[in-house]
Write a protein that binds this ligand. Structure first.
Ligand SMILES: Nc1ncnc2c1ncn2[C@@H]1O[C@H](COP(=O)(O)OP(=O)(O)OP(=O)(O)O)[C@@H](O)[C@H]1O
Ligand SMILES: [Mg+2]
Length: 459
């Protein structure tokens, strides 16, 4: 019986493709590609459930590289690698870059089907798991802050969440624009419906309209099936149009129509489709300035700017820093094996003085790093990146120079060791070689610096 599943098969051998397609025609719709570029186009325009990939098209190295690039395009897609001559080395290589299974090209139909079904089931489970995890982190990842600036933002969120009004979230990178969009959705009556985030900057040129509004089968070369656009996927829920300034002018006209008429026109479709979707857009650029320069449509800007929320950069609400630091210590400390951490007074001083060009995201990364690097129960100034501590004088504590030097040395050693371990997949022997020290010394140093060595499976 034919299922609705669609397969993509990439192989330079046209004869093989023909036979493959024919043998599975009864069960699946197959899209054939003879080159990586063709496969890429299909992945961009079709919904594919699993991919078969022949590693032997081209030389071994380039085969694996091509697979890496295709996986980057569709990270959740299960891939089954086929080859004429399977070896352990290439199997390991393929599985490392995310292939689901590895087998000989001579597999028969029953085996192929079993692979497809199992791979698709597992991908579905994984997606469910990730959705639940995202949902949880969304609920627990609330907006932290007690400053007047953050209170004003929370009040705006509360007021607008009840309505269906279009919201434009503005602010520098890392100020929490996406977090605010999620919070509005969570507090709205649409909370149980989808929240669909679209990054307008990463939409593939030429496919923007099909991505947003969907397309009708046969409307352009490569459109072999009907495809729902993000707006239709967000039906009854919220669509988050991130980096809206990057939307090309032609798509801006189409978006304006959606906002005005509350209908979408699928590419190649004959009838407009009514939709009920709440729109939240975000940008870190100055849209008003862009409209004066003709880079962004003025009419669309006014439609989006009905309820603007402008997030302050962290340097304008520094009084929230201690609370944010505490929040990230509690959130990441236990999971990195270090509960009950605190920050030394001088460490906190430096963080209060610093201007945080990367805003809350930079603070979050700094704390994660400091948790990894610190060797005691306290995060010291020396555990912080040098851009935060360099060239500034702290008056809070009288720290003797020898102690500062010792800590700086330890911190540098820890960084070098962790880098080497990461680079080698936590292989002690290879790391010791990189660091030009005997293996035994590396074990000792790790133990002194509190670096727990992970167990590695030797392949
Ligand atoms: N007030 C806050 N409380 C807690 N976490 C925050 C706060 N503001 C931002 N964050 C966290 O900082 C990180 C960056 O936030 P987010 O991705 O929403 O920023 P953004 O404004 O969309 O940045 P960009 O323009 O770079 O995409 C996220 O992990 C987010 O959870
Ligand atoms: Mg963002």
């Amino acid at each position: 019986m034919k299922t609705s599943r669609a397969l993509l098969i990439l192989d330079s051998d046209r004869e093989f493709l023909k036979n493959f397609e024919a043998s599975l025609r009864e069960f699946y719709t197959s899209f054939a590609a003879t080159t990586e570029e063709e496969a890429q186009k299909i992945l961009e325009s079709e919904h594919i459930d699993a991919m078969f990939f022949n590693k032997d098209s081209g030389d071994a190295e380039s085969g694996i590289d091509a697979l890496k690039r295709l996986k980057a395009l569709a990270p959740e897609l299960p891939v089954i690698v086929l080859t004429d001559n399977p070896t352990v080395e290439t199997a390991v290589e393929a599985i490392k870059v995310g292939a689901y299974h590895y087998g000989a090209k001579s597999l028969h139909v029953g085996e192929l089907r079993a692979f497809v079904e199992k791979a698709v089931q597992e991908a579905m489970l994984k997606r469910d798991y990730e959705r639940i995890r995202d949902e949880l982190s969304r609920l627990s990842g609330k907006i932290v802050g007690r400053s007047a600036e953050i209170k004003r933002i929370l009040e705006q969120i509360r007021r607008v969440a009840m309505t269906d009004v279009t919201v434009l979230v503005m602010g520098e990178s890392g100020t929490g624009k996406e977090l605010v969009a999620q919070e509005i959705h969570t507090l709205s009556k649409r909370a149980q419906k989808p929240f669909v985030a679209v990054n307008c900057a990463s939409l593939v040129r030429g496919l923007v309209e099909s991505e947003l509004f969907g397309h009708q089968r046969g409307s352009f070369t490569g459109a072999m099936q009907n495809k729902l656009g993000k707006f239709e996927l967000a039906e009854d829920g919220t669509i988050f149009l991130d980096e809206i300034a990057d939307l090309d002018l032609q798509s801006q006209v189409k978006l304006l129509r959606v906002l005005q008429e509350k209908v979408v026109d699928r590419v190649g479709g004959s009838m407009p489709i009514p939709i009920d979707v709440r729109v939240i857009a975000a940008t870190n650029r100055n849209l008003s300035e862009m409209t004066t320069k003709g880079e962004f449509r003025e009419d669309l800007y006014y439609r989006l700017n009905i309820f603007p929320i402008t997030l302050p950069p962290l340097r304008q609400h520094k009084d929230d820093i201690p609370l944010l630091v505490q929040y990230y210590l509690e959130r990441y400390g236990p999971e990195l094996g270090k509960p009950n951490l605190s920050v030394s007074q001088s460490g906190m001083e430096f963080m209060m003085q610093y201007d945080w060009p990367g805003n809350v995201r930079e603070l979050q990364n700094t704390i994660q790093r400091a948790i990894l690097f610190c060797s005691s129960q306290k995060i010291e100034a020396s555990d912080l990146p040098k851009e935060i501590t360099e060239g500034k004088v702290t008056t809070a504590e009288n720290i003797p120079l020898p102690l500062i030097e010792k800590q700086a040395k330890e911190s540098a050693a820890r960084l070098a060791i962790l880098n080497a371990l990461e680079q080698t997949g936590w292989n002690v022997k290879k790391s010791a070689q990189i660091l030009s020290i005997p293996e035994k010394t590396l074990y000792d140093k790790c133990s002194n610096l509190g670096i727990k060595l992970k167990k590695v499976n030797k392949i």
